[in-house]
Design a protein around this ligand. Sequence first.
Ligand code: ZN
Length: 394
Amino acid sequence: MIRQNCVYCGKEITQRSREHVIQNALGGLYESTDICCPQCNNYISKYIDAPFTKIFNPIISKIDNFSKTNNTKSLPPCTGKVLYQGNLYNANIKGGRVVGCPELSRLLRCDATKLPLQIMSYDFNLNNSEFQNGMAKIAFNYAIDQGIDFNVLKPGLNVKKSGDNITSIQFNYKILPFCALNPLDLQLELHTPFTLYHSMILFGQNNKLWCYVDLFNTFQYYVLLSDQINEVHKVYSSYAQTLQKPDRTKPKLDIHRPKDISIYAIQYGVEPCADVAEFSRRVYNAIDQKSQKTSINNIISPKIQSISLNRFLTEPKDMRELLLFGQSMKLYFNEYDQLNTNAFRTMTYDIDARNVVSYPEYVNYLFGKDTKYLKNYTRAKFEILNYFLCQKQK
Ligand SMILES: [Zn+2]
């Protein structure tokens, strides 16, 4: 069904405009033409998206081959901390280079950018309303595009108008930082190779409509879109995409034995055949077809291979943790190591209750009790991101 009226101003949509569910400036590829009118789209991009995407400048300016569709040449400036002779200083950074360090320049009375400064971390300002609004907008857009009735989402949307003109749009949905609450999630998030991706999971649970949003595999939040949904209609959908253009370089295929064909066939997911020329064509075709759009399963499932079980076997561990790890494996993965998508990030195992519980509600419960654990998790995720950003040289 095509929406007749704009969700913001209510006017009839006479001209379709493309709205990026995850902002285009963040590499978001998912577009919808079924949300709003071009005027409101402009308002959103100017007043909601622009201040929100600015927060991610350290990542945008550092990623090679970033998949944005516009502004590929401009590298946005950002700020961070640099190390010089054992001390940290605030610095202005552009494209991975220090372009200003006023604090140190003043101290040493010289141009500090000429000194060997090592970038240690980048600043991300998440405690502002721009961040809240931007995250909530992503969840709202995804829900609308997935066909959630606008009336369900309406209570959290605050639109102010003066006459015919929109003067303010606010997405007042509760947002809750995600925190890994079982040893399997901790392993997946903190101890497997870091890759950049965006994902979203929209799900209904106990009369609540949640959207889990993960940007750059670091900014992970639950957005509560409604606490009054009808349980009868099961809601579940998910989206995932990688952030860098897939590598399409075509390797020279070394085919000497029939076995080589089987190995390449599995590696590239193509049908094997004995004709080497035809087989090569199939492999190269598969490389051309590689897409940034993928699934949460394709991202998470390969990570199990790199989880080390040694730490459970060699270190004298608390039996509770081992049990919880096993229960979480059973909850998330099937016997072929494929993700049970309905359970992943929507539920977790509560060891005291010996039962499966709602993930966001459990996070919320712990948030009121022990913020230290949650803060440590967030800090660990940011350390990984900063390590990635500071390592990678253009
Ligand atoms: Zn409108």
